[in-house]
Design a binder for this molecule. Structure first.
Ligand code: ZN
Length: 114
C-alpha cells in the first residue's frame, strides 16, 4: 500500500484487496492522514457477535476512520464517494466514518448513520 502499513490492520491477511486499494485512493483524494479505528473483526468479536450475522468487518471488507467535525466528515465522505465507495456509515456521535466494499447479500449502495 502507498499510505498504510500492515501494522495499521489488526489482521492484514484477512483484508479485502479491493478495499485496500480503494483506501489508498481515498487517502490520496482526502489529502490528510487517516487513522483507522477498526479494521478486520472476527465473527466472535463482541460487536459482530451481537449481530444476527457477522457484518462487513468480519469479511475484511470495511474499515472505520476517525473523523470529527462537520467539515472533516463532509470532506472524508465526499472523497469516499469520489473514489467509488458505495457503502458508507457515519457516526458524528462517536466521530468515525465507516467505508466498505460489501459482502454477499449486503445492499451494494447505501449510507447510514449510527
Ligand atoms: Zn465499521
Amino acid at each position: 500500500m502507498k499510505y498504510f502499513t500492515e501494522s495499521e490492520f489488526n489482521n492484514f491477511e484477512m483484508m479485502d484487496e479491493n478495499l485496500l486499494s480503494m483506501l489508498d485512493d481515498l487517502r490520496e483524494a482526502y489529502g490528510h492522514p487517516i487513522k483507522l479505528t477498526s479494521t478486520y473483526r472476527s465473527p466472535d468479536h463482541p460487536i459482530e457477535a451481537k449481530k444476527s450475522k457477522p457484518g462487513e468487518h468480519a469479511y475484511g471488507a470495511a474499515v472505520d476512520i476517525a473523523c470529527s467535525g462537520g467539515k472533516a466528515t463532509y470532506k472524508l465522505v465526499k472523497a469516499a464517494i469520489d473514489v467509488g465507495f458505495t457503502r458508507i456509515g457515519i457516526s458524528r456521535k462517536k466521530n468515525f466514518v465507516h467505508v466498505g466494499v460489501g459482502y454477499p447479500d449486503a445492499p451494494p449502495v447505501t449510507i447510514w448513520t449510527y
